[in-house]
Design a protein around this ligand. Sequence first.
Ligand SMILES: [Zn+2]
Length: 403
Amino acid sequence: MQQDHSPKRSMLIIGGVVVSAAIFMAAAFGMSGDPAAILVDGQQVAAVKDEKTAASIIDNYLTEQSTALQAEVFFAEDVTVSAAAPGSDKLSRRQALEALDEASTLMLDGAVILADGQTIASLNSEDTAKKALEYLKLSYLPEDSTLQVIDAKFAEDVTVQPTAVCVDDLLDLNEAKLAMKGQDGSPAPITVITVLEKTKTEDVPYETVYKTDRSLRYGQTQVKQAGVNGSREVTIQLVQTNGVETARQEISSNPLVAAVDEIILEGAMVQTASRSTTYMSDSGMIWPTTTTRISSYYGERGGGHSGLDIDGEFGDPVWAAKAGTVVAAGYNGSYGNDILIDHGGNVKTRYSHLQTICVEAGDSVDIGEQIGTEGSTGNSTGSHLHFEVIVSGDRVNPLPYIK
Ligand SMILES: [Zn+2]
């Protein structure tokens, strides 16, 4: 923080020459030739041989400092010339100049940079202060030349205020930049928000589409069409806070080349143990026998039919609708010769009224593997397969599972 100086100018400009008011005051205290004193805010700081010498020391000091700083300087204090106190030791010009330099404060018409009302830096002119702020913004710009600068602004209310500033507080451009960035680990008093944009071309990954193909065996796949990535032009906006990325978003996108889907054929054909082929449904089950004529749907007979009756001949093969483990295989009351297979995931299938059974409880079976033949055992009036799908213990309509 700088001190608050309220400059008290004691300078007049006559015909372009800077003349201290002291010269005019000198006439007030007596004859030339008496010892004179230089006073700062009324306090004597140096006694010299006469008033003319005192006035010229002050004027030379101001002129030299103005030249050195390339700006017109003035005292913060009232600097005057008066009669020396009786008994004062007279100083040489050099000694008097040093005493004046020590006791006074030089000011100039410069400018301060304020952030939310706080003075951050003093500079020698309004122009230099504005330049320092631009210099600060530039210091945070990334080196990446593909980034376009859209905006650079301050998070705080940052202003440049022309005012008299103390010469001792003046900062050059680089010092001002450092002061605004915060030194020695202190937080930056001024926050620069930079908005950048980048346009680039990027790949658009192709999609993979699966299609069922009945000419391929189940488990086989074939690439029908190779996928090709497309491309697009995308514009990304980045926000940086004091050079650190704090936000990123896509603001526009233009397709350049459309992606080509990859098409993969998935086989659905299931080769059964009896060398017939059948096709897998979306549920992953196959139709469990050779014939497809349905003689009684699920829910028929007053809602009481617990499965699907598929008409067929004695001896027609019966296939496991899906791979699984045989839970039970044997005579089971009204079901007759009966097989129950657990497929995992709380799904089981049942095959009833069989003529023969060719698996045992505990066997693992593959999809399409023959497990028996159609018959009319148990509560049955003719050869057919009674097929059930049991989900979490409930017998459900089998048709959607095998169609
Ligand atoms: Zn039935």
